[in-house]
Design a binder for this molecule. Sequence first.
Ligand code: ATP
Ligand code: 4MY
Ligand code: MG
Ligand code: MG
Length: 334
Amino acid sequence: MRMMKEEIEEQTREEELLSFPQTQQQSKLVVVGYALTSKKTKSFLQPKLEGLARNKGILFVAIDQNRPLSDQGPFDIVLHKLTGKEWRQILEEYRQTHPEVTVLDPPYAIQHLHNRQSMLQCVADMNLSNSYGKVDVPRQLVIERDASSIPDVVLKAGLTLPLVAKPLVADGSAKSHELSLAYDQYSLKKLEPPLVLQEFVNHGGVLFKVYIVGEAIKVVRRFSLPDVTKQDLSRSAGVFRFPRVSCAAASADDADLDPCVAELPPRPLLERLAKELRRQLGLRLFNLDIIREHGTRDQFYVIDINYFPGKACCRWVSCLLGCKYQMTCGVCPC
Ligand SMILES: Nc1ncnc2c1ncn2[C@@H]1O[C@H](COP(=O)(O)OP(=O)(O)OP(=O)(O)O)[C@@H](O)[C@H]1O
Ligand SMILES: O=P(O)(O)O[C@H]1[C@H](OP(=O)(O)O)[C@@H](OP(=O)(O)O)[C@@H](O)[C@@H](O)[C@@H]1OP(=O)(O)O
Ligand SMILES: [Mg+2]
Ligand SMILES: [Mg+2]
């Protein structure tokens, strides 16, 4: 019920914005060139967002990858989520030659998130712990090759089962999202390196997705993998592939949950984490998946960081653009 009220209020604010007299809007047009996959264009650039943006004087223009970037535009902002070395080089060169354009975000910074070890390193190094809580990353190790050595390596490292096996590369490909849960040490031989083996942390089956767009933060709840008990562990063996459990369709915002599980991480803790990560990663458009260790109130683990994630970011992107160009922004939470 509470969420419904918030949604209605939000929609009303958007409608107010759409009907805002043109005279009260800024006069400068902001041109955003975008280079996205067709899937992402479809999910991100929805007519509603384009309408909202246009009302604020923001125009989205598709970048033609077959033509030199410098011949296109001129752009105020380049928004992109494409992979590949060639594209990265084109963008880096464009950044050098067009310092007046904001490239969201620098390709070299995004690269950091394309490896599941380096993506979490900043969080590990931060050692964030204050009166609001403690933020860690699960213990993990990287297996570059030789699956037959995994049981030994895991034993020596002292990792506790079950383990989540994740492809080392997180480049947005379908393969990079193929994860498994391993219940026993010997089945680990069946896995295909290069991968990261991460300790599974019980978290009551709910995770928090924290969307970070510039200075703004938005947190949602999603269903996740259920806890694994000692009994489950003693009874099961093998490695099990699992699908994308915490996808957009798995919202837990309106679910009837145990309040200890549902309680959002403290806002000041997330703000501190987001601020540090923004600075250290050099990114303005990302999300992190964070879980609360079940049975604790304030022990959190960041398990994943994604660049420019799904639909939930749309409204917030226009907010970011609105803030940057100091336009009247009716949907801005900051
Ligand atoms: N260490 C962990 N402990 C408990 N559950 C985990 C852990 N790591 C991952 N999970 C579960 O597996 C899911 C997928 O893991 P992760 O988010 O790392 O994969 P991904 O493919 O990068 O996801 P995304 O679609 O968010 O990019 C999580 O949403 C969570 O439900
Ligand atoms: O498509 P969706 O809406 O599920 O968005 C997902 C997004 O896909 P997209 O960038 O192609 O949209 C994913 O990016 P890649 O890792 O595959 O690059 C990743 O960031 C997920 O975490 C997002 O899910 P969300 O965190 O928002 O639930
Ligand atoms: Mg994730
Ligand atoms: Mg991810």
